[in-house]
Design a protein around this ligand. Structure first.
Ligand code: SAM
Length: 290
């Protein structure tokens, strides 16, 4: 894609120019996208841009910004272009093999932390860890905890390991390649999971920013979207300590089916948590008799 050579040199003007361009192209958040890309190309902070809106991009930075903008115009998400995503106020590296962490998943963090003593030595298991954003966030907020993140994708685990080191929890986090908890021994106090939950038939209708860039392994939940939950719930009680909690992210409208599946697995639902749009996004459960 070629660019109008009139992309202005001043950061504020470049941002306004790109906002219009992205708006005309129908992107959902043109001003935010333009700001993040201009700041990254210019390598300055938002505060620095406010202080000096006329700050000029070098020719090299203009070329970089043109490249970023061309990629955004074909629906590559800003987080993929910049290989980084903020999740609960922490920066996580993202690679093509991991799901782009979603702000909706912060609901899972809130649900998992609810009622936990932050200083106790919880043992956490994160099923389908991807970038590691869930496990690493919990370890950062629970200084006495340790945990294991499991994923079927070895490249995702490399990304998660790097993020654990970046957030100074590397010594309390282990990462294991496997099919859910099949390769693990021992029991856990807290099991969290954000498995793939889009039904196979709905994949093609996902927005291009999603289906074009998030790995299918992170999205495809089989014919009804519930395959991963079936696999996870089939033996989950064997790896939960008696007082353990299970906290799972779910897709829109899946709560009734999943509460039934949890009950069949011997777990009682203890909480249903809505995301910012008001959809039930997270279910929490425990052993029925505890
Ligand atoms: C929806 S993504 C969640 C990633 C991350 N936990 C997050 O919330 O951003 C689901 C993850 O499950 C992994 N996965 C899919 N099938 C798996 C399986 N059978 N065993 C282990 N991990 C699996 C995918 O590779 C992907 O990283």
């Amino acid at each position: 894609m070629s660019f109008d050579p009139a992309l202005p040199r001043g950061v504020d003007a470049a941002m306004r120019w790109l906002t219009k361009r992205f708006g005309r192209a129908g992107l959902a958040a043109p001003a935010l996208d333009a700001r993040l890309l201009v700041l990254a190309a210019a390598q300055i902070s938002h505060e620095a841009m406010i202080r000096d809106p006329a700050h000029e991009l070098t020719q090299e930075q203009i070329s970089l910004l043109e490249d970023y903008a061309a990629r955004r115009l074909v629906h590559e998400p800003v987080s993929r272009i910049l290989a980084t995503r903020e999740f609960r106020s922490r920066e996580f590296r993202v690679c093509p093999h991991v799901l782009d962490p979603r702000s909706d998943s912060e609901t899972l963090i809130e649900a998992a932390l609810e009622g936990l003593d932050p200083d106790a030595s919880w043992r956490i298991l994160d099923l389908g860890t991807g970038s590691g954003c869930l496990l690493i966030t919990l370890l950062a907020e629970l200084p006495g905890a340790s945990g294991i993140g499991v994923d079927l994708c070895p490249d995702a685990l490399e990304c998660a390991r790097g993020n654990a080191v970046r957030h100074a929890v590397g010594l309390r986090a282990g990462f294991v390649c496997g099919d859910w908890y099949g390769a693990l021994d021992g029991k856990f106090d807290l099991v969290i999971a954000n498995p793939p939950y889009i039904s196979h038939g709905d994949l093609a209708a996902l927005p291009p920013d999603v289906i074009g860039y998030d790995p299918v392994l992170a999205l495809d939940g089989g014919d009804d979207g519930l395959d991963a939950y079936r696999a996870i719930l089939s033996g989950i009680t064997d790896i939960m300590k008696p007082q353990a909690r299970l906290v799972m992210e779910i897709g829109n409208g899946q709560e009734t089916a999943l509460i039934t599946m949890m009950r069949r697995a011997g777990l009682a639902e203890t909480g249903a948590y809505a995301d910012l749009a008001g959809h039930i996004r997270v279910l929490k459960g425990k052993f029925e008799n505890n």
